[in-house]
Structures are given as structure tokens and as C-alpha cells.
Design a protein around this ligand. Structure first.
Ligand code: ZN
Length: 458
């Protein structure tokens, strides 16, 4: 479940990542400069910045679902498929079968108070225990429905919901809805498929998972792969995400979580399978990676958390600090059983300590975002065309994005965008609908609408 996660530097069918943005921001401005060379309103550069000029933070939670403790239920199924691995021989019977809703509530409320956002998996047929849209043996129908209601009311506002495939254990025969009969590595979702599959085949599998969540009235803009799911078909998988998520949820910008980046690797989202550029039907899939390992309690919840690996008490060291200092998205990863820690909540305490340490040192330089929000921001950052002519900046955005922030060089405010904008006197006060005079430049933050719009300065 975690040892399997591929550590890859680049996605597949990659869009011209940061290049697109730089070409748009600099070359367009440069062309304008040439054509306006005799205009005394000298045209200078534009630069798209981070949202609110802050570093995005996000918390990725894998292996969560309703009530079912995946550590307890997955371990014996993995043990049967892959009998030689020591981690599958652990005493899973001693671990609780449930991660109770009172813990979900406690966690969700604390996160809401601290502004934490991220991704929360709901495995639709968790370890084949039951169907979250129908019946979960071991719990009453009412308990299941209350659990879903809690997710809808408390989790959905601040977290993307992803299916983590159908079961996170056995591969399901889509014709019968039953686990395939043979038990081996090839019939576990974590290592599926073991041969090439078409985009359509993969999309059908993804859509099956998504439809279960759709029937639970849970919104989805993306999926999480269980472990090595799709490792042999990375390009097809990315396209299948686009197809399945659009098909079931009609969203304009599907994304997925599969990869973990380490060391010096770029941790920014990757725009994949970009097509239909310069048309009204621009399509792509956003691959949003995590930048840390899971150093909480692990997927079985039995490890001692190592919070200092994310960030020490003073927030002067650790991977999250490193990423914040690099001004790249700092997306941290955990598995839900490792936050509950089989009831002692050690993972949750470690997480709280990390969040409060980051808050104390970096509170005014960071912003918690869902994965979909990070993916959308990067898409807008890379693909929005900005063209400056004198005191006007024309924006042509294939996708809307909130808190879109950019610098207009060598100009003084005020700034108008539709109904006008409010000036803030500190950079940290920048938010949608405001601007800041930064020396000779103006920094603007606005909710970018899809299509064409215009900002006027001075
Ligand atoms: Zn998982």
C-alpha cells in the first residue's frame, strides 16, 4: 500500500510544463513592448505568482473510507495474495475493525479550525467488506448513512473526495461485481493491471468506483490510485482519469494523485495529455504529486510517527520546511489508519504538532488548499495568456481559478477589475479582490474567471 508507490520524476504525455507559462508571460509582454516601442507608457513584464503569493500546503489522506479500518481488513487479503511479505504477517486481529465517526468528527473539526485542506479517500467497496452506497456488514444501515452524512457535511467543504479504486484489495469483475476468483498479485488492485490495458478498459474500472461515490452524493474531481495501480499503463491511466471523471461528474478539470516526489525532484503539478489548445474545448489531466513519504503511523497504524521528518517543533527543518523554502507546493502524505493509530491517536497528535509548528513560523506565507485547487491554480498559471498594453492587462483563461495572483512591473495602483479592488498595505494581507504596491510593482490577486477579462492599473 505504500512501499508500492512509484517514485517518478515526470509524468507522461507532459505538457510543456513551466515553459508554457514563461512563454505566455514574457514573450507576449515582449511582443507588446516591440509593437508599442514608441509609446511612453513603456510596457514591462508580467509574472504569475503563487496563490496570494503564498506557498500551497495540502494534506493527502489515503486509505480512508466510512467506518472500516483498512489496516485491519486489508492485511489478511494482502497476506493471501503475497504470502512472503513480513508486513502482512502482523497481528491484524488485534487492531480495531473500525475507525469510528467520533474520531472523524474530532479530526475534521480540528482541521477546519486550523484551515487545513487536502484530499480524503473514500474507498467505495473497502476491502470487499461492503458497499458504501448500499450495505456495510458489521454496521447498521443507519450507521453507514450517518457516516456518509458526516463526510458530506464536515469533510467535503475542505477536502477533495477521491475513490481509491473500488476495493483497494481484490480486483472486481465489472460484469458481476464480484472479486475475480484467483488470488495472486495480479488480482490485487495495488498491482493491477499486469498487462497493457486500453484507456477505455481503465476508464470503465475508474468510472465504476466513481459511480458508487456519486450515488452517495459525494462530489469528486479526481481519483487516487491504490499503490502501484496502473504502473504499467501510466499514460493510458492519465487519459482514463480524464474520461471517467468527466463521464461520471461532468467536471472540466480532472486530476489524480499517484506519485510521490523526493529529494530535488520538482513537486509541482504536471499537466498531462494537453489537447485542443486554442479551441474552446481544451482538455487535460492534472497529476498532483505529494512531496513527502508517510511518516505517521503507516497504512496499518502500528508505527511510531516521526513528525520531525515533516517539520521540527520550531519549523526550522524537515521536508515540509524544505519545500516551503523552495516555494513549491508542500503536499504531505499519510494513511488514515496511521492517524488513528489503532485508537491511541498518536498519528493525529503528531499531525497537530506539525500543523501548529508550520502555522507559527509560516502562517502568513502559506495557504492550505485541496489537491484540486492546487491543480487548477497550476493549470491557470501555465495556460492563462496575459497580455499587457500600457495600463491594461488582458487575461485569456481557459480555466477559472481563485486567488490568481500576478505581478505587474513598473506601475502604480490603483487597480480596477470589474467593480474595483481594495488596496492592502501588507503583502500578507493579499487575497481575492485586493492589490498591493510592492515598490515599483503592483501585485494583484483576483478570482480569475474562465474566458477573457481585463485588469486596469493606474
Ligand atoms: Zn492506499
Amino acid at each position: 500500500m505504500q512501499s508500492r508507490r512509484a517514485f517518478l520524476a515526470t509524468g507522461v504525455g507532459v505538457a510543456a510544463n513551466s515553459v508554457a507559462n514563461r512563454v505566455v508571460a514574457q514573450q507576449d509582454a515582449g511582443q507588446t513592448l516591440l509593437s508599442q516601442a514608441d509609446d511612453d507608457q513603456a510596457v514591462q513584464d508580467l509574472e504569475v505568482l503563487l496563490p496570494r503569493n503564498r506557498v500551497p500546503l495540502s494534506f493527502v489522506i489515503d486509505d480512508s473510507t466510512c467506518l472500516v479500518n483498512m489496516g485491519h481488513f486489508c492485511t489478511p487479503q494482502f497476506a493471501e495474495a503475497l504470502p512472503n511479505r513480513a508486513e502482512y504477517k502482523k497481528p491484524w486481529r488485534d487492531w480495531p475493525r473500525e475507525i469510528p465517526d467520533c474520531f472523524v468528527r474530532k479530526f475534521g473539526e480540528w482541521c477546519a479550525e486550523h484551515g487545513v485542506r487536502g484530499k480524503y479517500s473514500i474507498v467505495p467497496y473497502p476491502a470487499c467488506v461492503g458497499w458504501v452506497d448500499r450495505e456495510l456488514p458489521g454496521w447498521s444501515r443507519q450507521q453507514l448513512q450517518e457516516s456518509l452524512k458526516l463526510v458530506r457535511e464536515l469533510i467535503v467543504p475542505n477536502w477533495d473526495i477521491h475513490p481509491e479504486m473500488i476495493t483497494h484489495t481484490r480486483v472486481i469483475d465489472l460484469k458481476t461485481g464480484r472479486p475475480v476468483e484467483a488470488i495472486n498479485a495480479g488480482t490485487m488492485e495495488n498491482s493491477y493491471p499486469q498487462e497493457k490495458k486500453s484507456v477505455d478498459e481503465l476508464a470503465s474500472y475508474l468510472a465504476y468506483a466513481l459511480r458508487i461515490l456519486e450515488r452517495c452524493d459525494l462530489p469528486c474531481e479526481g481519483i487516487t490510485t491504490p499503490g502501484g495501480f496502473g504502473n504499467l499503463v501510466k499514460s493510458e491511466l492519465s487519459l482514463a482519469v480524464d474520461q471517467a471523471v468527466r463521464d461520471v461528474y461532468s467536471v472540466d478539470l480532472p486530476h489524480y494523485f499517484k506519485y510521490v516526489r523526493t529529494g530535488d525532484q520538482n513537486v509541482e503539478p504536471v499537466l498531462e495529455h494537453l489537447r485542443g489548445q486554442d479551441t474552446d474545448d481544451l482538455r487535460l489531466t492534472v497529476n498532483v504529486p505529494a512531496g513527502t513519504g508517510d511518516w505517521f503511523g503507516g497504512w496499518q497504524g502500528d508505527r511510531d510517527p516521526e513528525p520531525d521528518r515533516y517539520c521540527n517543533q520550531e519549523a526550522t527543518s524537515g521536508r515540509m520546511v524544505e519545500l516551503i523554502e523552495r516555494r513549491e507546493p508542500a503536499v504531505m502524505l499519510c494513511h488514515w489508519p496511521g492517524i488513528y493509530s489503532n485508537g491511541n491517536e498518536a498519528g493525529f497528535q503528531a499531525f497537530q504538532r506539525i500543523v501548529t509548528s508550520l502555522e507559527a513560523r509560516y502562517g502568513d506565507q502559506t495557504i492550505w488548499m485541496k489537491l484540486s485547487e492546487i491543480g487548477r491554480y497550476w493549470t491557470a498559471k501555465e495556460l492563462t495568456k496575459l497580455r499587457r498594453t500600457g495600463k491594461q492587462v488582458a487575461l485569456d483563461a481557459p480555466f477559472a481559478a481563485d486567488k490568481f495572483t500576478f505581478r505587474i512591473m513598473n506601475v502604480n495602483g490603483p487597480v480596477r477589475f470589474g467593480t474595483g479592488m481594495r488596496q492592502v498595505c501588507q503583502l500578507s494581507g493579499l487575497d481575492s479582490g485586493t492589490w498591493f504596491q510592492s515598490g515599483r510593482d503592483v501585485i494583484v490577486c483576483l478570482n480569475l474567471p474562465r474566458g477573457r477579462s481585463m485588469v486596469e492599473v493606474g
